[in-house]
Ligand binder design. Structure first.
Ligand code: PMP
Ligand code: GLN
Length: 470
């Protein structure tokens, strides 16, 4: 499109207008909206402060907002997902040894796509889990946490105009990452089934409608993002559900980015099934994992992707031109910890056996606290989160001002400020059109010391007594 550029426009904006192909009016309006000032009357210097268009609408972040609130009001923090107990001794010791041991090379760069001991053990471990013979150098890529793994997937494989199917509720970063890659997110909700009165709902009661899911696939669909066990719901997708998703991905020739960071955290004898192990899926799936969840060490930020070389080579292109390399000592520690786990695989001493047992007990403690006060939890089959319906507590709030802000967000902020208990509003895990339909739940993290869960219980009991006395 030919753009009319007035002579009065300065050099910088003339070039920008030509490149963008937008009409002058639209561009000025966009800039004025972004900067909050009339851009037309600002100088060329100011226009440099306007961010790239791909950042539009991406400035808000639920974690930045709620981590700050939780710290400001000195809360019992069941909000952001991180354990407040330490990683297992063998993992901690491996990190200390990596940093303080004889091998000073661990303070320097290592292989860009993954420290050799780590990619080797991951190839052995996941080769066993996925039933594949994995090449450590081509089928594994180490990333700065699962965040970078996801970022590499979208940047490498999603092009302008591509559609990416996202199952709601979803871990919040999927939507901005798809958009920043130029793609269009297409959402499909998990729909809760009604349960018999007096019975607690389970995350299993939240299901996809197969016909609705199939209708989301189009000529433009490039990928589907799967997250099992799912954050925030705790749903562990069943084999039948995964087979349906796999069948559709194969039929429509769609990729699958499978975020499995909570793979070891499944309860009540449920089984975590890796979609890459289903027929026709290995060659189209990138499986994502994180040592943050695996070894209760979210600050280590060592993540990984496992997949066919044909896909991973493109992720490597993104990685080598952005992050290039991840902290060597942290990778060494994760390698040693995984080595230890492989040696105890399935045995009672295995951390992957012990951790879910311990977390199931903590889940049940929190469920009892919530039920006792009349918040209705959805019992999670996996992850270290649960969502709870706080409708019975809505009356507690003072008259809320008319606001675009979803009710759960207002409630969670009020609870932090007035009850000093932090949780995350579940609408943060929904697309804009669905937020208002799912704004009566808050998400609690139960990966906490028993003393923290007890402190939360005290707050809830006291609150409930005050509520009854009104
Ligand atoms: N995916 C999901 C579902 C998550 O909950 C998180 C947050 N821990 C991540 C990815 C990012 O993980 P990491 O901290 O390893 O970057
Ligand atoms: N994944 C964690 C959660 O869901 C934390 C994410 C973050 O802090 N960015 O709470």
């Amino acid at each position: 499109m030919k753009v009319h550029v007035p002579q009065t426009a300065n050099r910088c904006c003339r070039g920008m207008l030509r490149r963008s192909g937008l009409s002058l009016g639209q561009e000025l309006l966009r800039k004025s909206n972004l900067t909050g000032v009339c851009w037309f009357h600002t100088k060329a210097k100011m226009s440099r402060m306007v961010p790239a268009r791909r950042l539009e609408g991406m400035d808000k972040n639920i974690w930045v907002e709620f981590v700050k609130l939780a710290a400001t009001y000195g809360t019992v923090n069941l909000g952001q997902g991180f354990p407040n107990y330490p990683p297992p001794d063998f993992a901690k010791e491996a990190f200390v040894e990596a940093v303080g041991g004889e091998d000073t090379s661990l303070h320097q760069y290592t292989r860009a796509f993954g420290h050799p001991p780590l990619v080797k053990i991951l190839a052995r471990f996941f080769g066993k889990l996925l039933g594949q013979d994995l090449d450590p150098m081509t089928n594994v890529l180490i990333t700065v946490g699962a965040y970078e793994a996801l970022y590499c997937c979208f940047q490498a494989m999603v092009d302008d105009g591509d559609e990416v199917i996202i199952i709601e509720p979803f871990f919040d970063c999927y939507e901005p990452m798809v958009k920043m890659a130029g793609g269009t997110p297409v959402f499909i909700p998990l729909r809760p089934k009604a349960v018999k009165s007096g019975k607690l709902m389970s995350s299993r009661d939240w299901q996809l409608d197969p016909a609705e899911l199939e209708a989301k696939f189009s000529q433009r669909t490039k990928a589907l993002v799967l997250n099992t066990p799912n954050n925030p719901l705790g749903k562990v997708f069943s084999r039948e559900e995964l087979e349906l998703i796999a069948e559709l991905c194969v039929k429509h020739d769609v990729l699958c980015f499978s975020d499995e960071v909570y793979e070891w955290l499944v309860y009540d004898g449920r089984e975590h099934i890796r979609i890459a192990s289903l027929p026709g899926m290995w060659e189209r799936t990138v499986t994502i994992g994180s040592s943050g969840k695996t070894f209760s060490a979210t600050g280590w930020k060592v993540g990984w992707t496992i997949g066919p070389d044909g896909l991973l080579k493109h992720l490597r292109t993104v990685h080598q031109n952005s992050v290039y390399h991840c902290a060597t000592a942290a990778q060494e520690a994760v390698a040693r910890a995984l080595e230890r786990e492989l040696g105890h695989f399935g045995a009672p001493e295995s951390y992957f056996v012990q951790l879910p047992r311990e977390l199931q007990r903590k889940r049940d403690l929190l469920i009892r606290s919530l039920v006792a006060v009349g918040m209705e939890p959805v019992v999670p089959e996996g992850t270290y989160f649960l969502i709870a319906d706080f409708s019975a507590f809505k009356t507690e709030l003072p008259e809320l001002p008319e606001s675009e802000e979803p009710c759960d967000s207002q409630f969670a902020k009020w609870m932090i400020k007035h009850k000093h208990l932090a949780a995350i509003p579940v609408s943060a895990f929904y697309s804009a059109p669905q937020k208002k339909n799912f704004d009566h739940f808050i998400r609690f993290c139960f990966a906490k010391e028993d003393s923290t869960l007890k402190a939360a219980d005290d707050i809830l009991q006291q609150w409930s007594r005050e509520k009854a006395g009104q």
